[in-house]
Every structure is written in C-alpha cells, then in structure tokens.
Unconditional design. Structure first.
Ligand SMILES: Cc1cc2nc3c(=O)[nH]c(=O)nc-3n(C[C@H](O)[C@H](O)[C@H](O)COP(=O)(O)OP(=O)(O)OC[C@H]3O[C@@H](n4cnc5c(N)ncnc54)[C@H](O)[C@@H]3O)c2cc1C
Length: 419
C-alpha cells in the first residue's frame, strides 16, 4: 500500500465497487483501495433478487424512492440513468433481460455474474480490494483522512463512505457507517427497516393461509399523511405477510410508527373493484345461485382458502346459502373483502429487511458530486444516504447513480484540486 492512498472507499458492496470503477476509469493510475470488514466481497449482492440480482429497472423515477427530496433524487438519477447502468453492465459482458414490472436481471439468472463482472473490472483497473479490513474510526488530519481498521491503519486524501445501511447485518452492513459519518460531522435521519415482511397479531388468520399468494391492494392511512395505496402480490406466511406489495408498505408503516403517527393498513382483496361493484357482484351471485353456499359462490372471485378465512373472521358461516345471506351480512362481507384492517404488530426487522430507510440526509451532500457539505474530501454513496427505493431494482440503481457521480467527481479532483 502507498503511504497515502488517493481514494479510500469504506465498503465494497454495490456502491463502493462501482465508485472505485468509475473513478479509476475516469482517471487511470489513481491509487484506490476498497476496505471492507467482510472476508469476501458481495454477500448482499449475491442474495439480492432471490440470488438473481435485479440490477435496475427499465423505468426509474423519483416516485420509486422515499426519503430525500424528490428534486435531488431526480438530479442524481438523471446524472446516471437506468439505461446507462444497463449499458455499463452490458459493456462488462453481463447480458440483461427484462421481466415483469420492468425489472432487469442478468440472462444467467445468477447474481454471481454481476458480482464477478464488477470484481473483474476492479481487478483490471488495479483497485486494491482489502477484505478483513473493518474500519473502526476515521478522522481528518491536515489535508487527509486517517483510517483505523482491524488490520493496519491507512491514510487517504479522499474518503468514500459506502457502508450501506443496517439491513441484513450479517452481510457486514451493520450500521457502523452511520457512526463514521457522525464522527465526520453528519447527522443521521433515524433509521427503520424498509422492504421488510410484516408480522400480524398471532390470533389473526394468516397462519392458516401460509404459502398462498394473490394480488391485493394495500392502503396505508397514517395520521398527517395522504393515504397511500399500493397494489401487488401478497404472500401469507406463518408469521404474517410478505411479498412485494407488503415489502413496499412496510416502510410507510415503520416511518409512521417512528414518528408516533397512528397508522392502519387495510387490504382490498379485489383490486380493480369498488365496494359498490363488489356488492353488486354479491347481489348478482345470490340471484343466480340462491342455493349455493357462500364459500362456493365466492370461489369465482377469490382463492377458496382466503374466502373461508375471511368469512370465519367476520363470523359468517361459509355454508350459508346465498338466498339466506342478509343485507347487513352482505355489507359486512363487502367491507371485509375491500378494506379488511390488518393487525400489524411489527416488521421482521433489519435481519429480514432488504433496505434501510433513513440515513445521512441529502441536504448534507452536494448532489452534483456526492461530496459531503460537512467534511471536504468525503463522499457518500448508496444506501448510507437517506434514500430508499421500492422493490424492483431501484435500490441498486441508487447505488450505481450515486457511485457514478462520486467516481467522476473524485477523478476530476485529481486534475484540479485536492489531490
Ligand atoms: C435480501 C436482499 C435482496 C435485495 N434485492 C435487491 C434487488 O434485487 N434489487 C435492488 O435494487 N436492491 C436489492 N436489495 C437492496 C440492495 O442490495 C442494497 O440497496 C444495495 O446493496 C446497497 O448497496 P451499498 O453498496 O450502498 O451497501 P451494501 O451492499 O450494504 O454494502 C456495504 C458494504 O460495506 C461494508 N461495511 C459496512 N461497515 C463497514 C465498516 N465499518 N468497515 C468496513 N466495511 C464496512 C459491508 O461489509 C458491505 O460489504 C436487496 C437487499 C437484500 C438484503
């Protein structure tokens, strides 16, 4: 290792690797090292997208993100949009294909393809990959940074914090990056899990439906916020609910709870219908099949197990004949099918969350360079920032976009300024 590195990057996940690559490509010959506490790089990349790594999305807009101001998020995304990220991977030999909702995956359907391409490019560019280098402290000394690690200490003229958030801490992203950021003058927007499965009260009916998946619209009504409605696939589990729509909603529920705002989440099991149209359907079913049992009549609308669970939940016998189905019962069933309150008690937490909400506020960063407004020479990229995306490749896109901005800006520094 040289006495003083040009750029030290703490964290060798998606954002750290990409920052190093972009900086080295823009200014070959820079002395760049990635320091990571893990023994092997890329643990989170390898589990992403169910082991297939959803690298980005065909359409990426600020509305797919929460946290920092949409205006700043837009600027960052525009600086390195999804089509450039996709081209970056194709240039590295990673062929991509599109799946539902515009998600882009490697053709191999194997996250190793993405990780190996990034590692090979880092190697080609002579970037030092220092694993088993957990950083415990950083401080500025004169015009450089001193970095204490579990191995030997290091110095660098420029520092990048790419330490991720708190999600899936066993991969190495355990939140210590926030302490490092604070020690360099930053504040932290309180963190909560996002994209996490949700726990339901133990006496609810979820366990009976374990393994069942279907479309649903979830509506989050939180105090002092506009109701938010998200449609997608829900998976019932032994602990509660999961699936893309639930993961997306978990963030809204957690932020409301963090801010002591009362929040309810209701499920509409018939997306596309209104309560009025559902009631009309029930009336039509009763007229057409008066002797049929309620659960059988409803089987044209919903999975049988779900119907039985909902009927029992609202104390309606599944074998009630349609002709004996009273008006108040019909109205109660309509409410249960279109706006059933879900008794959420918590999420499964950071151990199961795909991403972290909260982090270093974007207002403390110059979004044209990803440089800290608190400590010159420090850049921050990826999930450590107070931005989290919905499910669909958006969190990786955030990593690639912030990395590209930081990498370019860092490289440019060596032509002009602090070097
Ligand atoms: C199960 C799962 C599935 C996911 N699937 C997708 C998906 O398909 N598409 C998508 O867009 N997003 C997905 N995500 C989210 C995405 O993986 C993250 O948003 C993204 O990896 C963040 O990249 P990052 O580089 O900022 O942080 P990370 O990938 O978390 O990397 C941070 C790195 O910093 C290191 N580090 C932390 N602290 C220190 C320290 N003190 N010293 C040294 N090293 C340190 C860690 O070891 C780690 O290697 C998924 C996440 C999970 C958990």
């Amino acid at each position: 290792m040289p006495e003083i590195l040009d750029i030290a990057i703490i964290g060798g996940g998606a954002a750290g690797l990409a920052t190093a690559i972009f900086a080295a490509r823009h200014r070959p010959g820079l002395r760049i090292a990635i320091l990571d506490g893990a023994r092997k790089l890329g643990a989170k990349l390898l589990v992403s997208g169910g082991g297939r790594c959803n690298v980005t999305n065909v359409v990426v807009d600020p509305e797919h993100f929460f946290g920092g101001s949409p205006h700043i998020v837009k600027r960052v995304l525009n600086a390195f949009p999804a089509e450039r990220a996709a081209q970056f991977f194709r240039d590295l030999g990673v062929k991509l294909h599109e799946e539902e909702h515009g998600k882009l995956f490697p053709d191999t359907n194997d996250a190793h393809t993405v990780l190996n391409a990034l590692l090979a490019e880092a190697k080609r560019l002579d970037i030092a990959l220092l694993t088993d280098h957990r950083v415990t402290k950083v401080r500025t000394k004169g015009d450089h940074f001193e970095i204490a690690t579990q191995a030997a200490p290091l110095s660098a003229s420029h520092l990048v914090l790419a330490t991720g958030g708190r999600s899936l801490p066993k991969t190495g992203s355990d939140g210590t990056g926030y302490t490092l950021a604070e020690s360099l003058g930053h504040t932290i927007v309180p963190t909560t899990p996002a994209l996490a499965p949700l726990l339901l009260a133990p006496d609810f009916f979820h366990a009976k439906l374990s393994g069942l998946t279907h479309e649903v619209t979830l509506t989050v009504r939180a105090e002092n916020a506009k109701p938010q409605t998200i449609t997608g696939s829900l998976l019932w589990t032994h602990f509660g609910i999961s699936g893309p729509v639930v993961l997306n909603v978990s963030r809204l529920w957690h932020r409301a709870k963090l801010e002591n705002r009362h929040a309810t989440v209701t499920a509409d099991f018939l997306p596309g219908d209104t309560p009025e149209s559902v009631e009309k359907k029930l009336i039509a079913l009763a007229a057409a099949q008066p002797r049929t049992h309620l659960n059988n009549a409803l089987s044209s609308l919903l999975p049988a197990r779900l119907i039985d669970a909902v009927l029992t939940h609202i104390a309606l016998r599944p074998n009630t004949q349609m002709s004996q189905f009273a008006r108040d019962q019909r109205q109660s069933l309509t409410r249960a099918l279109t706006a059933l309150p879900l008794p959420i008690t918590d999420s499964r937490g950071f151990n199961f969350a795909e991403v972290t909400a909260g982090g270093v506020p974007l207002t403390e960063i110059d979004s044209a360079t990803m440089q800290s407004r608190k400590t010159p020479g420090l850049h921050l990229v990826g999930e450590i920032l107070d931005v989290d995306g919905r499910i669909g490749g958006f969190n990786f896109q955030w990593a690639w976009s912030t990395a590209h901005i930081a990498g370019r800006a860092l490289a440019a520094n060596f032509a002009t300024g602090r070097a």
